[in-house]
Design a protein around this ligand. Structure first.
Ligand code: SF4
Ligand code: F3S
Length: 233
């Protein structure tokens, strides 16, 4: 089939503003949008900039807005999209560096702020710190996050309020807040209950719809809100 790939291009060294460029391509229904981007870069215009690495929905590098929805380019097939025109834009709310590449620093700054690592100041036990399967299950969903930023950059609150920590950081906080072996909640709750924390969330659900790992993001945010309320931070 013949498809038109419309890309929002932007070169900060040459362009005043982003602009659309179209490419006519032959594509198979099972081609990924990532394959089409490679075709343009390798056969037509080597200056096209986008991120990708594993190509198998694990590294989280290729989140883009495809036909108006945040998705992974490596997981989105041509046959998943309706019509023969495919639009690709950078994810929103983060500064565009070039074409489809955004500056991820603000995203990772929010991630680091919730201390997304195990905190326990007790002396290490002789063997492992034990946890039951039921206790492990409570935070299972958050462990699936690949830090692609599709959730945070689909959130209208994040678009208009640059101080909002965003759903991805909250999901990654949830993973440790509900870990029975962890002791770092006082520090995490300080980051999450401030002006840019969980109370900014207006339950828009865009984040849940955007997540390529099918994590119930909004539900996890609600659980974190409840945990903070119960601790009365
Ligand atoms: Fe990506 Fe989902 Fe993690 Fe958000 S929660 S960063 S959408 S994997
Ligand atoms: Fe935003 Fe998700 Fe809340 S889209 S407003 S973080 S439910």
């Amino acid at each position: 089939m013949r498809v038109t790939l419309k890309l929002l291009r932007y070169n900060p060294e040459a362009d005043q503003a982003p602009h659309w460029e179209s490419y006519q391509l032959d594509a198979e229904p099972m081609d990924r949008v990532l394959d089409l981007l490679h075709k343009v870069k390798w056969e037509t215009d080597g200056t096209l900039a986008f991120r990708r690495s594993c190509g198998h929905a694990i590294c989280g590098s290729c989140a883009m807005m495809i036909n108006g929805v945040n998705r992974l380019a490596c997981k989105t097939l041509v046959q998943d999209l309706s019509g023969d025109t495919i639009t690709v834009e950078p994810i929103r709310g983060l500064p565009v560096e070039k074409d489809l590449v955004v500056d991820m620093e603000p995203f990772f700054k929010a991630y680091k702020a919730v201390k997304p690592y195990f905190i326990n100041n007790d002396p290490p036990p002789a063997r492992e710190r034990l946890q039951s399967p039921e206790e492990r299950e409570i935070f299972d969903e958050g462990t699936k996050c690949i830090l692609c930023a599709a959730c945070t950059t689909s959130c209208p609150v994040f678009w208009i309020n640059g101080t909002y920590i965003g759903p991805s950081a909250i999901v990654n906080a949830h993973r440790f807040i509900f870990d029975s072996r962890d002791q770092g909640n006082a520090e995490r709750f300080r980051a999450l209950s401030g002006g840019g924390g969980v109370w900014r969330c207006r339950t828009a659900y865009n984040c849940t719809e955007a997540c390529p790992r099918e994590i119930p993001v909004t539900h996890l945010i609600e659980e974190v809100k409840r945990a903070i309320m119960l601790n009365q931070v």
